[in-house]
Design a protein around this ligand. Structure first.
Ligand code: 5GP
Length: 212
C-alpha cells in the first residue's frame, strides 16, 4: 500500500574529499525520487561546474541581500566563501512528497535542526584516513595547493562535529557507502510521523472488526 507522505530532508556532510560528492552522484543515478537542493555560493565556479546544477553562483552583495531578506533557509561561511540554501523550493518539494538531498556543512545542519528537525535525517561521512583524504583532494586537481591545505585544516574542525549527526559512515568503498545511505533513506521514508492518512486507515481496519 502506498500512503501519501512528506518528503525527507537527507543531509550528507563530510570534510571536503571524504567522498560525499561521489556518493551523491551515485545515489542520483539510481534513485529518481530524490532531488538535490542547489545552494547559492559566492565561491568561484570550478571549470566543470554548471550554473543552476551544482550551485547558483552569486556575488557577495547578492548573497547578503538574499540572506537579509530571509530567502535562505540556512547559510554559512565556509573556506572564506558564503554558502546558503534557497528556501522556496524546499517546502514545496517536501509537501509534494519529494525527498531532497542537502550537501551542507555542520553550521547549516545545526540551523536546519532548529527549524525542521522532524523532516531531517543526517549522515556524516568520514574518510578512512587522512592520507586518503589528501590524495582524493589532490586527485580532484580542481583547487590550488593553498586551497587544498586550507581544506585539510578545515577538515579537522568539520570532523569534530560528527556526533551531531544521526548516522556516521566511514567511506572506504563508494558502492558500499552509497548502499548504506540508501538504506538510511529507505528507513527514513517509512517513519510513521512522515506518513499521512494512517489514522483513517487504522480506523477503517477497526470498523471492519466492529462489523464482524
Ligand atoms: P565546495 O566549495 O567544495 O563545493 O563546498 C564546501 C563546503 O560547503 C562543503 O562542506 C559543503 O557541504 C558546504 N556547503 C555547500 N553548500 C552549502 C550550503 O548551502 N550551506 C552550508 N551551510 N554549507 C554548504
Amino acid at each position: 500500500m502506498n500512503f501519501p507522505r512528506r518528503g525527507v530532508m537527507l543531509v550528507l556532510a563530510s570534510p571536503s574529499g571524504a567522498g560525499k560528492s561521489s556518493i551523491t552522484r551515485t545515489l542520483f543515478g539510481q534513485d529518481p525520487h530524490i532531488g538535490l537542493s542547489v545552494s547559492v555560493t559566492t565561491r568561484a565556479r570550478r571549470t566543470d561546474e554548471v550554473e543552476g546544477k551544482h550551485y547558483y553562483f552569486v556575488d557577495v552583495p547578492t548573497f547578503e541581500r538574499m540572506r537579509d531578506e530571509g530567502e535562505l533557509l540556512e547559510w554559512a561561511r565556509v573556506h572564506d566563501n558564503y554558502y546558503g540554501t534557497p528556501r522556496a523550493k524546499v517546502e514545496e518539494q517536501l509537501a509534494a512528497g519529494n525527498d531532497i538531498l542537502f550537501d551542507i556543512d555542520y553550521q547549516g545542519t545545526l540551523q536546519l535542526y532548529e527549524k525542521c528537525r522532524q523532516d531531517m535525517v543526517t549522515v556524516f561521512i568520514l574518510p578512512p584516513s587522512i592520507k586518503e583524504l589528501r590524495s582524493r583532494l589532490e586527485r580532484r586537481a580542481q583547487d590550488s595547493k593553498g586551497t587544498i591545505e586550507k581544506r585539510l585544516k578545515n577538515a579537522r574542525v568539520e570532523m569534530q562535529h560528527y556526533f551531531e549527526y544521526d548516522y556516521v559512515i566511514v567511506n572506504e568503498d563508494l558502492e558500499d557507502s552509497t548502499q548504506k545511505v540508501r538504506t538510511i533513506l529507505a528507513a527514513a521514508r517509512l517513519r510513521r510521523d512522515r506518513i499521512s492518512q494512517l489514522d483513517n486507515f487504522v480506523k477503517d481496519l477497526q470498523s471492519q472488526i466492529d462489523s464482524i
